[in-house]
Design a protein around this ligand. Sequence first.
Ligand code: NAP
Length: 267
Amino acid sequence: MELRPLGSTGLAVSVLGLGTVKLGRDQGVKYPGGARIPSDDEAKTLISTAADLGITLIDTAPAYGTSESRLGSLLAGQRDRWAIVTKVGEEFENGLSRFDFRAPAVRASVERSLTRLRTDRVECVLIHSDGLVENAPELEGTIDELDRLKSRGLIRSFGASTKTVPGGLRALDRCDVVMVTLNPGAKDDLAVIAEAKKRNKGVLIKKALASGHAAVGGMSAGATAQGADPVAETIRFAIGTPGVSSVIVGTSSHMHLAANCRAAAGE
Ligand code: NAP
């Protein structure tokens, strides 16, 4: 598995990362057919497959249900081989999202993430934007707090998972990393990725498979090459985009994970 620098953080991460929404959450998701939370045995196989295939980057969030706490036990004893990305600002409870980007909430969230993940630091924390905060004045206070947590050594780097191009561009001013959407049917954030490349910032890609719709032909017509494997083509498109550090593909299937790794390797 190819490793790429995560901007100027000093971290090198696998070009394919593992997204873990489905590890802990089955409500309020947009996957075709919904989501089924994997059993403990399935989750263990998923993580060991990821490790065997050279994946080093795992993306989670407090808003992904039990994802963080499950990873805490799944990664026990192998913490040093993983770069963990988690988030702040969104909580998902009883089927509803709630947002709080104020400094005390950010601090408490990171401390709780460390407890759940059974670790003393994470490699990156992203602001889990609701699409509004990234363009609002209050973002500065959120970033100030993340900067303090970085100085305290609790987080190695920070950034924002954004929903708008202006929000992504703004995040580049003060953040180490952005997480943006990129797939053949959603290319607006190419402008953010190009600017991030110029400034040597880390770029993580979310929804590279359009939340699974790429696999069931839901992508816009003509989005993928005729007759090609749409999932492999789509993963290669994201990985081949200049400036991309890692493509975080969500899966609860070790078979899909292996196929995605083959696609990432160009096989
Ligand atoms: P995605 O990676 O575009 O697609 C995931 C879906 O694709 C899953 O339903 C998965 O189903 C399916 N899939 C994966 N590999 C496949 C294969 N080889 N063949 C067929 N189907 C396949 O969407 P995402 O999970 O929404 O986004 C990726 C990650 O980005 C998330 O897990 C999360 O870590 C992060 N994310 C962040 C935000 C945010 O910060 N706001 C928002 C969205 C996502 P199976 O389980 O059956 O493989």
